[in-house]
Design a protein around this ligand. Structure first.
Ligand code: SF4
Length: 340
């Protein structure tokens, strides 16, 4: 393990093993205005992402989990500027992605790719597999002859467990798992360094989920890829992640190494998510923590700790005082008054 350095960030402290991580996200915020009245003025805001900070080292996988609507997918899209952040900073390899112009952004998107949740919706049904994967090769002028173009596509298909026979087929001719493999091949076409995996297995059967996760792990080992792996439950990210960030209502409420987070969670929300993770031994007993109520409306967020209306450990203090993300262990941070 390399020496640890301490980086001061605007709203949280980050423990980093390198002076310049591959990806740095500082105070990222995304709100969506709600317009009303006859003048269509902004009357309120949906705080989808609210001051999120984290880093990812080269070759690392950061898992990001939380219930639907917690802001994890918006965070992933803001990093690639598929959605423009409202404020905050995203740095890739030390370059500020949030302020760069369109030419530089197009260039850096070769290094940062995304795999979408729904392999049924993310592939153009009218394009052949060859055209889907080859599009980026053409846009970025990555091949210089028809032979090289075809050879590269065959190579990409074989890399993800498909073959040359699949080139002329259309997405509807494939199963869900195969379509996700096509989506992965498309992301790999430009030889990226970072891939945002936005719930890449949520739409797949459990048996297929494991195959796709294994493929992503193999590709990481072979190509030195870095992943932000977004999922809505902890069981999916457990094995693939080096570290895990837990999000609630647009904020990171806990972040730690996988081992530490799964064995010593310091936030009641993480504890509840962990209690829902199935354990392989059917005779082992685990007490399920059932959270009451739904995730609150991100327009009218609860006072104090946003989790307090659902938290089984909430106190009076939690209703009025907002907990900050604080260091609670080695490379472990949590936002809960119980750690004070
Ligand atoms: Fe629960 Fe209070 Fe901790 Fe929030 S600060 S997670 S309400 S105990």
């Amino acid at each position: 393990m390399p020496l640890l350095t301490l980086n001061a960030m605007s709203d949280q402290t980050s423990l980093s093993s390198n002076p310049t991580p591959l990806l740095e996200v500082n105070g990222l915020t995304k709100y969506f205005p709600i317009k009303g009245g006859i003048l269509g003025r902004e009357v309120d805001r949906v705080h989808a992402v609210d001051g999120v900070s984290f880093h990812i080292e080269a070759g690392e996988t950061l898992g990001m989990v939380g219930e639907s609507g917690c802001g994890k997918s918006t965070t992933g899209r803001c990093i690639l500027r598929l959605i423009e952040p409202s404020s905050g900073e995203v740095k890739f390899n030390g370059l500020n992605v949030t302020t760069m112009g369109s030419d530089a952004l197009r260039e850096i998107r070769r290094d940062m790719q995304i795999i979408f949740q729904d392999p049924f919706a993310s592939l153009n049904p009218r394009m052949t597999v060859e055209a889907i994967i080859g599009e980026a090769l053409t846009i970025h002028k990555l091949t210089h002859s028809t032979e090289e173009y075809r050879a590269r596509i065959v190579d990409l298909l074989e890399t993800v467990g498909l073959n040359a026979d699949h080139m002329k087929r259309f997405p509807h001719e494939f199963s869900g798992g195969q379509r996700q493999r096509i989506g992965i091949a498309r992301a790999l076409a430009v030889s990226p360094k970072l891939i945002v995996c936005d719930e890449p297995v949520s739409a797949l059967d459990v048996s297929i989920q494991a195959q796709v996760i294994n493929l992503l792990e193999d590709l990481q080992a072979k190509m030195g890829l870095t992943y932000l792996f977004i999922a809505h439950d902890l069981s999916v990210v457990e094995h693939i992640s080096n570290r895990v960030a837990v999000m609630y209502l647009g904020r990171v409420v806990e972040i730690a190494s996988s081992r530490e987070l799964y064995t010593q969670p310091k936030h009641p929300y993480t504890e509840a998510l962990l209690s829902a993770v199935p354990i392989p031994d059917p005779t082992a007993k685990k007490k399920r923590i059932v959270l009451t109520g739904d995730v609150p409306n991100p327009v009218n967020r609860p006072t104090g700790c946003h989790f307090h209306p659902r938290c089984p450990k909430a106190t009076e203090r939690c209703k009025v005082e907002e907990p900050q993300l604080k260091t609670v262990g080695l490379m472990h941070q949590a936002a809960c008054h119980l750690n004070d």
